[in-house]
Ligand binder design. Sequence first.
Ligand code: FPP
Length: 264
Amino acid sequence: MLERLLRKKTVVPDSSLADRITDVKSRNIPAHVAIIMDGNGRWANRRNLPRVAGHHEGMKTVRKITRIANDLGIQVLTLYAFSTENWKRPKLEIDFLMKLPGEFLSTYLPELIEQNVKVEMIGNSDLLPKHTKKAIEKAMKETAHNDGLVLNFAMNYGSRLEIAETVKDIVALVADGAIAVDDIDESLISSNLMTAHLPEPDLLIRTSGEVRLSNFMLWQLAYAEFSFTDVLWPDFDEACMLNAIEEFQMRNRRFGSVEGEKNV
Ligand code: FPP
């Protein structure tokens, strides 16, 4: 009896999730999903735990969401893991956050390789501690030939800084005579951003009830659909991800026109 109950307990949610995945996959899947993983601190506070415990739990969510994104056939998953503004946090918290890529990748890299996931990073890696940079570079190297989901960590990333750097690069091209001022257009700017090789995000998800962009992919998100949820990042699970994709699939994306692209 107990065995039957236990079996039911594990099988029923899995199979209903599998059905939902099949259903969602029969419609339009966003090529690029970008996520602002917010609410780790509040998750920990509510449990009388230190904030870093929330970040650690959030790391487990990264694993879960990477797997389902891969299963769904999403091409790129960009995760805002550390912003250029996050250096203002207490040193202890920064140190912990900087250790997470190393822990995550040393634990899950074999699994990511098995799933054909390609690890990438956007942001300024020069200011990252050596161990953080090394862990990410190792994962990037070992997954470079994978052609499944791109798991793109935004680490020490800030959109305004990215745009400022891009402007400098383009001005240098003009100064060198490589391009003329008239050559500067939207596509030239896009192709000089850190995301030049990636499709633009179709869907932005932010957890924890906050409704703002916090300097995340300001240029790239121009035509993305936004999905905000009150769920805190450590509690964000496969069902939450499916909710967000289903919400996306209900939207009528018009890209400024009146006709609208049918999204399903
Ligand atoms: C914001 O929540 C979250 C962060 C600044 C860090 C996000 C990092 C992770 C989820 C782990 C990343 C894992 C890897 C593998 C890189 P908050 O701390 O601002 O939450 P609060 O608003 O409730 O205080």
